[in-house]
Design a protein around this ligand. Structure first.
Ligand SMILES: [Zn+2]
Ligand SMILES: [Zn+2]
Length: 312
């Protein structure tokens, strides 16, 4: 008879060992008693150690879907994903779904590119903060191209006030933060890296990591390479599918994906995350896209809906 396995196993495994012996009933009672004593001793030690050095579990990452549509209809809103209540990925939808307090909680916004459906709620958030007289600065991260478009064509004191200089340049409501693709930076404890993707204008997807967890958001993209190579050790990816298979030529020309193209993209992953969350479908093709994503079925795939919440 070999020594009780609990001794050679780590104390973490002691309870499993105990139950195996208890239910297996193959050991003499003396050995069983010794095993039980050893297990209880180690269990007590584990409790004591936990009290001395509490095991620090990583904070969970909370994702709230404000908008996940590639077009706007009642109940279907443009791209925006709220992380941990304060960090927004794209700004296609804010005030249409968030209460005032929820809007004030947003402190940082990561933009993927300059298209209207990804940033159109930002000027109205800035105005809400202004009217409320909150003296709050929201940092808006994006490529130089994205921020220049906001400055020159949207919040340019013609279409809308330039909130990057208002109420005063020292403490503006919006502070633009230019990012460089493939260069990591920190935002609210997240390590964030933007990777260039394939769209009709300069565009990035983001990989965000915190406390050992990671998610990837493609933004708008057609078939691409780099971001998939960097997609390791992730809890989830949020990936766009805009058009049905019949419109593949249009998808390729406009830098988007279809269900069939998505399958090819996912084949580029060296490992699949547990969740593959599909966003940005054109609402007009909603049911066709659902049918095509179901056949062939991709493990872990879910079609996002406005209001969905996840914890990773
Ligand atoms: Zn776009
Ligand atoms: Zn878009």
């Amino acid at each position: 008879m070999s020594l009780p396995c609990c001794i050679s196993w780590s104390y973490r495994d002691s309870s499993e060992c105990f139950s195996r012996y208890a239910f297996g009933g193959t050991l003499p009672s003396k050995v069983f008693t010794n095993t039980l004593l050893v297990a209880l001793t180690f269990y007590g030690l584990e409790v004591a150690l936990k009290e001395l050095h509490p095991i620090k579990k990583g904070e969970s990452m909370k994702l709230r879907v404000l908008g996940c549509s590639g077009s706007e209809f009642p109940g279907h809103y443009c791209s925006a994903f709220l992380l941990n209540d304060t960090l927004l990925l794209d700004a296609g939808t804010i005030g249409a779904v968030l209460t005032a307090e929820e809007q004030w909680a947003i402190t940082n916004i990561l933009l993927t590119h300059r298209h209207l459906d990804h940033l159109k709620a930002l000027p109205l958030l800035a105005d809400n903060i202004n009217i409320q007289n909150l003296r709050q600065t929201v940092r808006v991260y994006g490529l130089r191209d994205t921020l220049a478009a906001l400055r020159n064509h949207l919040m340019n004191n013609s279409i809308w006030p330039d909130f990057s200089r208002f109420p005063n340049p020292e403490q503006p409501i919006i502070r633009y933060e230019e990012i460089t693709a493939s260069t990591p930076f920190l935002v609210e404890g997240f390590e964030v890296t933007a990777f260039l993707v394939a769209h009709t204008v300069p565009a990035v997807g983001y990989i965000l990591r915190k406390d050992g967890k990671g998610i990837l958001y493609t933004g708008d993209t057609g078939p691409t390479e780099l971001i998939w190579r960097m997609a390791v050790n992730l809890s989830a990816i949020i990936v766009e599918v805009s058009f049905p298979n019949a419109l593949e030529e249009l998808a390729l020309r406009t830098g988007h994906l279809t269900p069939r193209l998505l399958t090819h993209e996912l084949d580029k992953l060296s490992e699949r995350p547990g969740r593959i969350l599909v966003t940005h479908r054109k609402h007009q093709y909603f049911s066709t896209i659902i049918d095509e994503l179901a056949n062939p079925r991709i493990p872990g795939l879910e079609l996002l809906k406005e209001g969905d919440r996840y914890e990773f």
